[in-house]
Design a protein around this ligand. Structure first.
Ligand SMILES: [Zn+2]
Length: 281
């Protein structure tokens, strides 16, 4: 297996993984989307809400605010040593107080841990008119994308690595114009591939001329990780691999139990048969 970084810009990472198969590629994608824990507002208590928005609408908006996440300091509720899911390791309190007239932004949410704060401070939550007040108590917890979409760490997808064969560059020149992704260029009136990774296998060029053949690899994949900002893309990837590793360990352990159970069952059946035979004698 080979991994090559293509680009890294702010919260977006593009890389290629070579020599794997679609099963591994999809497992990795699913693991990143649904198994990486993220800190998000999970419970909201309204002490005062004079705004035009109903409590449930505002609670929904608060749930979707991304917070910077520190995985080394927090545990998921069901995995926390406190057992009842209510200690400082598995939940974090935050408050929001505002007085109108104003627009209330995500950046005004005050958490008890300075490391954990809203990623986008200028995300508007609600508008308050003169004399209107807002007072909210919230609890943030770690959760996974498979529990609720608000715990999803980003937009993560992959596509197969394209291969473009140009049999005769001079005859295929007309195809450059039909490509919607600016893949080709002209060099001395001959068609050449300029941006291979732009190609999304639409086949517009190969439909236009039989001198071009476009195909997708079955072993190489281009991954895009666009983080919502809670975790850097590299950490999303490494955490997803760790979590998948944990699952494999758990699977191996369960398999051992099942196997030993089978052996035990087989031994019991044989013993019963032998006892029966002995009794007959
Ligand atoms: Zn706890």
């Amino acid at each position: 297996m080979k991994i090559e970084k293509i680009s890294k810009k702010d919260n977006e990472l593009v890389f290629v993984i070579k020599d794997i198969n679609p099963v591994i590629a999809n497992t990795l994608r699913r693991s990143m989307i649904s198994e990486v824990p993220i800190l998000t507002i999970d419970e909201v208590t309204f002490i005062k809400n004079d705004s035009a928005l109903f409590d449930e609408i505002l609670a929904h908006r608060l749930g979707l605010v991304p917070f910077t996440t520190d995985l080394s300091s927090y545990d998921e509720k069901d995995k926390c040593s406190c057992k009842d899911g209510a200690c400082a390791k598995c939940q974090l309190h935050a408050t929001l107080k505002a007085k109108g007239p104003c627009t209330v932004y995500a950046g005004e949410i005050q958490t008890q841990d300075p490391k954990i704060k809203p990623v986008y401070e200028k995300m508007p939550l609600v508008k308050l008119l003169k004399g209107q007040n807002l007072e909210i108590d919230t609890i943030l917890t770690l959760g996974r994308g498979k529990q609720h979409a608000k715990y999803c760490p980003g937009i993560i997808y992959y596509r197969v690595y394209p291969t473009i064969e140009i049999k005769n560059g001079k005859e295929a020149v007309k195809c450059m114009k039909v490509c919607p992704k600016d893949v080709f260029t002209l060099e001395k009136d001959e068609l050449k591939v300029k941006n291979l990774l732009n190609c999304d296998l639409c086949q517009a060029c190969s439909d236009c001329s039989d001198k071009i053949k476009v195909s997708g690899s079955e072993t190489d994949f281009i991954f895009n990780i666009e983080s919502f900002g809670q975790l850097p893309p590299e950490e999303i990837l490494s955490t997803a691999i760790d979590k998948f590793d944990e699952k494999l360990d758990e699977f191996a352990l369960k398999l051992k139990d099942v196997a030993s159970g089978k052996i035990k069952k087989a031994v019991t059946t044989t013993t019963k048969k032998v006892t029966k035979k002995l009794k007959k004698k």
